[in-house]
Design a protein around this ligand. Structure first.
Ligand SMILES: Nc1ncnc2c1ncn2[C@@H]1O[C@H](COP(=O)(O)OP(=O)(O)OP(=O)(O)O)[C@@H](O)[C@H]1O
Ligand SMILES: [Mg+2]
Length: 413
């Protein structure tokens, strides 16, 4: 089927939405139930029926800016048996669980670096094993999409899929292990393990994630990621960002069309308004999602948080006026930054965020432009490494720990 997306008519729309992970805490809503579905209309391809059109698989424009990325002709993956993965994860032992999403639990496992056979934790390399929860309604489709897309793509800012298992009803995926886990945990979780991310690290992570998206968008037959959010940005031991989860990825439009029309799927708070309203999915719909994450990085607040007062439930809605007013911006900035950011850089980041969040897809920048803008902001920091009490670093007023606490509570954090 491959390019079915551009041909699906509006009668096949249906809403398939994930809530952001903050809703893990909503009573009665388990992770596996965060996705709901009632139809398989417009399903992504099966393994034997590739989503990649043969004429385009090797047709990635090797953009000079991303020399390390490539798309392979066919997935180059290790096929695991269920028994092997059971063995590698110590029988899916509870203490190996790394996290859980809509697809199911993710376990830590150990395999031999060369053969990928299960090994002892003392000798093997660490991998992440994602195991489909049988309750996950869209699991099979997402599993196939992950293998079809991620199995063929290689880029430093996309997590590596090492292999998979399809053993009777058991569907699993094996990824490179990302030692620092998800951005979501670092940005929103509290506790000794999660130190506040400094400004420079936030920029590094944003640039990495932006490069990953820019690479997907730069291929001849563009790939729309469709599920850009903090929990899908994973971090390696050096805080290099890599996008994970290609379960919702879709080829971009062809034949001169501006968008593909498809079921509305994604995560509340991150999905672009035109897509939610019409099912029209643009490459620039990903840019909107990036803008939401950029805003989360600036503010330290979740895109959607039911524990906030109703007027502040949706971060984009209430933050937009603050982004647009340079005198109010410091009120929005994450108190955990303690004012340690460059005011000019923050202002440029706020302007970039606004552009990404533009209501009209065509008014949003391309991801290549986003990468360039972020690199410019990063260079402000490195060029002018000023002393901590420099006047160009935003300090005092709304950023002092004391005033932070009142602002924090007024935001309902
Ligand atoms: N390759 C990996 N290395 C290390 N930890 C991982 C890896 N993949 C996933 N995890 C951990 O497992 C958690 C769950 O990931 P998963 O992608 O299944 O769900 P999610 O992104 O939180 O939600 P969703 O189902 O909406 O994508 C992540 O937040 C992360 O902490
Ligand atoms: Mg995920």
């Amino acid at each position: 089927m491959g390019n079915c997306a551009s041909a699906i008519d509006s009668s096949s729309f249906f809403f398939f939405f994930k809530r952001p992970n903050s809703n893990d805490n909503i009573p009665g809503m388990s992770a596996s139930k965060r996705t709901t579905s009632s139809t398989t209309t417009g399903r992504l391809s099966t393994l034997s029926d590739s989503t990649f059109m043969p004429s385009t698989v090797s047709g990635v424009s090797t953009d000079d800016a991303y020399p390390d990325g490539q798309i392979l002709e066919s997935p180059n993956l290790r096929i695991f048996t269920f028994a092997e993965l059971k063995n590698a994860t110590k029988n899916f032992r509870t203490d190996t669980v790394l996290g859980e999403g809509g697809f199911g639990k993710v376990y830590k496992g150990w395999v031999d670096e060369k053969t990928m056979n299960p090994s002892k934790s003392s000798t093997g390399i660490v991998v992440a094993v994602k195991k489909l929860n049988p309750e996950s309604v869209q699991g099979t489709e997402q599993w196939e999409s992950e293998v079809n897309f991620l199995g063929r793509i290689s880029h430093p800012n996309l997590v590596k899929l090492l292999g998979y298992c399809k053993d009777n009803d058991e569907l699993l995926l094996v990824y490179e292990f990302m030692a620092k886990g998800s951005l979501e945990n670092h940005l929103f979780r509290r506790g000794a393990v999660y130190e506040p991310l400094p400004w420079s690290l936030r920029l590094k992570i944003l640039i990495g994630a932006a490069r990953g998206l820019a690479f997907l968008h730069s291929s001849e037959r563009q790939i729309i990621y469709r599920d850009f959010k903090a929990s899908n940005i994973l971090l390696d031991s050096n805080f290099n960002a890599k996008l994970s989860d290609f379960g919702l990825a879709k080829h971009g439009p062809d034949g001169g069309l501006s968008h593909v029309t498809t079921r509305v799927m994604g995560t509340y708070g991150y999905a672009a308004p035109e897509y939610v309203a019409t099912g029209h999915l643009y490459v620039k719909s990903d840019v909107y999602g990036f803008g939401v994450v950029l805003l989360e990085m600036l503010s330290g607040l979740r895109a959607l948080d039911p524990s906030r007062p109703s007027g502040k439930l949706n971060l984009v809605d209430w933050a937009k006026p603050l982004l647009a007013d340079r005198r109010k911006l410091s009120q929005l900035m994450d108190s955990r930054l303690e004012g340690q950011y460059h005011s000019r850089g923050a202002l440029q980041a706020a302007q970039l965020t606004l552009k990404c969040l533009s209501g009209e897809p065509k008014n949003r920048p391309s991801m290549k432009e986003v990468v360039e803008a972020l690199e410019k902001i990063e260079s402000i920091k490195t060029k002018s490494r000023e002393p901590r009490n420099s006047s160009s670093l935003v300090r005092g007023q709304g950023n002092s720990p004391r005033s932070n606490s009142s602002r924090t509570s007024s935001r309902g954090r």
